[in-house]
Design a protein around this ligand. Structure first.
Ligand code: GDP
Length: 252
């Protein structure tokens, strides 16, 4: 069976039904229904490495809508990207020594007519990182999130057992002005949810809802999904949400 075939079989598992999109969902249930699961997963599967940049001004200027993946080191970002794209090591380029501070871009859609980019941003939060490196990280992230014109959405990986850290909150701060106006959408993946039982999962969701609730406005599109790469929980919902970002539902 193909990777997608395997994947689809797993999607039918009971566990997937536990995936939750909160009341802050980027897309309401109606919109999500409109984005076909199979098509969304086939689309994320097209992701291929495009380029890597150590500075913002090295990023290609592009009209393609870009979705950024961010999170603290070890939150499960590389694994989430590989799982969403159903590829074994797409995101591990980001872990190559010397490249961990780079922004890696992946292109999606038909080869001759790409329709979106994924940007894998540097993981943050190593306790041992010296002050200078922290300052550089802040500047790169703040600049990227505030000024990257083609940015349409941010996927924030948060370890479901740890919840939001101070740096996660700081990162949200950088993008809040654009989130508030609905110009950039946010999806929080509560990762490694296979390590939580049902009541812990509910508590993790409620805690994340509280954090996002502080940033909710009429126009903001904020979503939360319980996610497990290991058990394939939330993968379909995440893929559909991302596809809806680049293909907004047609106005009636
Ligand atoms: P990154 O630094 O954010 O890119 O994190 P990685 O993707 O490298 O994951 C960090 C660690 O968490 C690795 O040991 C992964 O195997 C583990 N991990 C990632 N996703 C999951 C998951 O869904 N379930 C479990 N149990 N472990 C996971």
């Amino acid at each position: 069976m193909s990777a997608l075939g395997d994947f689809m079989a797993e999607q039918n598992s009971k566990q997937n039904k536990a995936a939750a999109v909160s009341k802050f969902a980027t897309v309401d249930a109606g919109d999500l229904e409109a984005v076909d699961l199979k098509r969304a997963l086939a689309w994320t599967h097209t992701a291929r490495f495009l380029t890597t940049a150590s500075q913002l001004d090295q990023l290609p200027v592009t009209e393609l809508p870009e979705i950024a993946f961010v999170g603290r080191s070890n939150a499960g970002k590389s694994t989430a990207i590989n799982t969403l794209t159903q590829q074994k090591r797409l995101a591990f380029a980001s872990k190559t020594p010397g490249r961990t501070q780079h922004i890696n871009l992946f292109e999606l859609g038909p080869k001759l007519a790409p329709n979106a980019l994924f940007a894998d941003l540097p993981g943050y939060g190593y306790a041992a990182v010296e002050r200078g490196a922290k300052m550089r990280w802040q500047r790169v992230m703040a600049d990227y999130l505030a000024v990257r014109r083609s940015l349409v959405g941010v996927v924030l990986m948060v370890d479901s057992r740890l919840g939001f850290t101070e740096l996660d909150e700081q990162l949200l701060e950088f993008v809040t002005p654009r989130l508030a106006g609905g110009l950039v959408k946010l999806l929080v993946l509560l990762t490694k949810s296979d390590k939580l039982n049902r009541s812990e999962s509910n508590a993790a969701l409620a805690a994340a809802q509280n954090v996002l609730g502080e940033r909710a406005t009429d126009d903001a599109d904020l979503g939360i999904v319980l996610f497990s790469a290991l058990k394939k929980v939330g993968v379909g919902d995440a893929a559909r949400a991302l596809q809806s970002w680049i293909e907004p539902p047609k106005e009636a």
